[in-house]
Structures are given as C-alpha cells and as structure tokens.
Design a protein around this ligand. Structure first.
Ligand SMILES: [Zn+2]
Ligand SMILES: [Zn+2]
Length: 134
C-alpha cells in the first residue's frame, strides 16, 4: 500500500499495489505549476486508487484541454487526477510516502528544460514526449 497527501494533510489517498516507473517532465507548464526544475510523474491504475479524505476540497485549473492541474484548495499542493479517457491516475511522485519500489526511468521535454538545471543521471532523455513503443 502506497499513501500520499498534500502539504496541509486535508487531501489524502492510497494506492493498492504498484505504480509505474517515474519520469521527470521538464516542460514549461510543469515547471510553472510546480515552481521547480521538473515534475516527478507516475501513474497507477484507477481501480487501485482511492481518496481517503479531502476530495471535496480539490480545485481544478484547466490551462489547455490537454493540461489540467488539480490541487488542494487549502494549501495548493498538486493532487492526483484521473487522466481523461483512460483508466489511469496521474500521480505526483514527490507527494507519495513509503518505498515506491521505483526509480526515475527517463526525462521528457528536455528541449524546454530550465537552463540552470543540469541532468546528471544516465536515464534516457526525450526532447518532447517519449515516443510510443510499438
Ligand atoms: Zn492541502
Ligand atoms: Zn510537463
């Protein structure tokens, strides 16, 4: 069981089972939304995910049809959301607790990464989205 929460603790959730490998997104939207060099992302199956408190206090901002952020209405921390048209829930790896049994797998949108941040690990880098595997 993996658990996660926002900064203030109003929004809490749990995942029964594992999550995907973690990827780091360096796109300008993720950098602005998180105030950081990148966003640490992962997904899990929607059927394995549930909110245990605070779901009513979640707010949403739609920047573009493909980029929606959901966050705690009290503390502003990003919180998970089901990806439209899928059975997957998008997760914020930094908000998860416990041993995730996962490591960073790759970087995406390195073409728009912050000039002040150097990627120093050896995992694959993609200028934009990771190409779909056939
Ligand atoms: Zn909160
Ligand atoms: Zn991004």
């Amino acid at each position: 069981m993996i658990t996660g929460r926002c900064l203030c603790g109003d929004v809490r959730y749990e995942i029964d089972g594992g999550i995907s490998p973690i990827w780091l997104c360096h796109c300008s939207k993720c950098r602005r939304a998180n105030g950081s060099a990148f966003h640490a992302s992962a997904v899990c199956r929607a059927g394995k995910f549930r909110f245990t408190s605070g779901e009513d206090g979640i707010r949403e901002y739609e920047d573009t049809p493909g980029y929606v952020t959901r966050f705690c209405g009290r503390c502003g921390s990003p919180v998970p959301q089901q990806l439209r048209g899928t059975e997957m829930v998008f997760l914020h790896a930094g908000a998860l607790e416990g041993d995730l049994q996962r490591r960073v797998d790759h970087h995406i949108f390195t073409g728009s990464k912050a000039a002040w941040f150097d990627i120093t690990d050896a995992t694959p880098q993609f200028e934009e989205h990771k190409p779909r595997e056939e």
